[in-house]
Design a protein around this ligand. Structure first.
Ligand code: ADP
Ligand code: MG
Length: 377
C-alpha cells in the first residue's frame, strides 16, 4: 500500500516538476537525411540532455542550454513523451500553445505532422486528448479548427469542406477580443469532433488544401504559418461549471532570413511577412518573461491570434529546430539565439521576483521530497 501511494505521489510530483515555468524551450536537431555527409567535425552536437555544443571552428565552441534537447536519434515517441505533460495541462483548463520554429528543412513539419509511419505531435496530441478525456470524471466536448497565416492574412483551411454550395464566399477572418480578454476569430470554422479519426480526417483535408497551394506557387507551405486548434469545453458532473480552453499547434513558417536567401518578388514579400511575425512572436514572449506592463501583441496577426494562449495563465512550448549541416550554421546560430532570448530570462537573470522565489522554493522542497521517496524505496 505504501509502495503504491509512493508511486502515485512520485508520479504527481514528476508531473508537477516537469511543468515548471509557463514557457519551455526544447531544441530538436534533425538527423542527417538522404546521405548528407560532413567534411570534418559536426557543427551541432548534443552535449547532454539539455545542452547543445556548436562548433564554429576547431577552437571556437559555444554551449547553448535548453529545457530539453531532442537529439538527432530521438523518435517521434520519445519526442511526444516529453511533450505530453503540457497536453495534460490543456485538460486541466490551461490554454496551451505548441510552436515549431526553425529554418525550412529542419523538420518542423516532420515534428508536428509526421507521416503515416511516424505520426507527429498533432495526431498524437489529438489522440492523447481523447484518451485522457475518456479516462476523466469530467465531460469534454472538442472542436477542431485549422487556418494559415499567409502574407499577414488569416485563411481558414476548413472552409471549402464546411461551406455549403449556397453559402456566400468567406471574407478574410478577423480577430476580436471577448469581454474576458479571450480571443475570438470571427467566422473561423470549428467542427465538433468526437473521435480521433474524425479529427484526423479534417486535419488531412486542411493539410491538403495547404499542400495543393504549395505545388501551384513555390512551396507556399513553408511560406505561411499553419495553425491547428483543438478547443475543449469541460463540464463537471453537475454541468454547473463549464470551462472552455484550447490548444494551439503551430507549424511556423521558415525562419531563414529573407535578405540572405536573395529571394525576389512574391517570395521576398512572403519571407518578409514571416520574418516580421516571428520577430513579433519573440518580442511578445520576451516581454512576457520580463513581466513588462506592455506586451506588443498587436504587431502581428500571429501574436494577435495567440494572445490568450501565450502568457501567465497558459503553457507555451517552443520547439526550436536546427539543421545538422555545416552550410546551415549561420541560420542555426540565428535560431539558437532566438531561443536564447526566450530562455535567458526564463532562467531568472532579471531582478528577483517574489513569485518566482516562492516557486523555486516550492520546487526545491518537492525535489527533496522526491529524493526521500527514492531513498526509501
Ligand atoms: P520543415 O517543415 O522544417 O521545412 P521538414 O519537416 O519538411 O522540414 O523536413 C525536411 C526533411 O527532413 C523531410 O524529408 C523530413 O521527412 C526529414 N526529416 C526531418 N526531421 C526528421 C527526423 N527527425 N527524422 C527523420 N527525417 C526527418
Ligand atoms: Mg514544413
Amino acid at each position: 500500500e505504501v509502495c503504491r501511494l509512493n508511486a502515485q505521489r512520485r508520479q504527481v510530483l514528476n508531473e508537477f516538476l516537469q511543468l515548471k515555468g509557463n514557457i519551455r524551450v526544447f531544441c530538436r536537431i534533425r538527423p542527417t537525411v538522404n546521405g548528407e555527409k560532413f567534411s570534418h567535425q559536426r557543427p551541432v552536437v548534443p552535449a547532454d540532455s539539455s545542452g547543445i555544443l556548436v562548433n564554429f571552428s576547431e577552437k571556437k565552441r559555444k554551449l547553448y542550454n535548453f529545457d530539453m534537447v531532442l537529439h538527432p536519434g530521438s523518435t517521434q515517441d520519445e519526442v511526444f513523451s516529453e511533450i505530453e505533460p503540457v497536453i495534460k495541462s490543456a485538460l486541466d483548463g490551461y490554454n496551451v500553445c505548441i510552436l515549431a520554429y526553425g529554418q525550412t528543412g529542419t523538420g518542423k513539419t516532420f515534428t508536428m505532422e509526421g507521416n503515416p509511419d511516424c505520426p507527429g505531435v498533432v495526431p498524437r496530441t489529438i489522440e492523447a486528448l481523447f484518451k485522457q478525456a475518456a479516462d476523466s470524471n469530467h465531460t469534454y466536448l472538442f472542436s477542431f479548427s485549422m487556418l494559415e497565416i499567409y502574407l499577414g492574412q488569416l485563411k481558414d483551411l476548413l472552409i471549402p469542406h464546411a461551406r455549403k454550395a449556397n453559402d456566400p464566399m468567406p471574407t478574410c477572418l478577423s480577430i476580436q477580443t471577448d469581454p474576458n480578454g479571450g480571443i475570438v476569430i470571427d467566422n473561423l470554422v470549428a467542427i465538433q469532433v468526437s473521435n480521433l479519426n474524425h479529427a484526423i480526417s479534417l486535419y488531412r483535408l486542411g493539410s491538403q488544401l495547404r499542400s495543393t497551394a504549395s505545388t501551384n506557387s513555390n512551396k507556399i507551405s513553408s511560406r505561411s504559418h499553419c495553425m491547428i486548434r483543438m478547443s475543449m469545453t469541460c463540464s463537471d458532473a453537475t454541468e454547473r461549471r463549464k470551462i472552455t480552453n484550447k490548444i494551439w499547434m503551430v507549424d511556423l513558417g521558415g525562419s531563414e532570413r529573407v535578405l540572405k536567401t536573395k529571394a525576389l518578388g512574391r517570395r521576398f514579400e512572403e519571407g518578409k511577412a514571416i520574418n516580421l511575425s516571428l520577430s513579433a512572436l519573440g518580442d511578445v514572449i520576451n516581454a512576457l518573461q520580463r513581466k513588462n506592463s506592455h506586451i506588443p501583441y498587436r504587431n502581428s496577426k500571429l501574436t494577435q491570434v495567440l494572445k490568450d494562449s501565450l502568457g501567465e495563465d497558459s503553457k507555451t512550448l517552443m520547439l526550436i529546430h536546427v539543421s545538422p549541416k555545416e552550410e546551415d550554421l549561420c541560420e542555426t546560430v540565428c535560431s539558437l539565439n532566438f531561443a536564447l532570448r526566450l530562455r535567458n530570462i526564463h532562467l531568472g537573470k532579471t531582478e528577483p521576483n517574489e513569485a518566482r522565489v516562492m516557486r523555486e522554493e516550492a520546487m526545491t522542497n518537492l525535489q527533496h521530497e522526491m529524493q526521500e521517496i527514492e531513498n526509501n524505496r
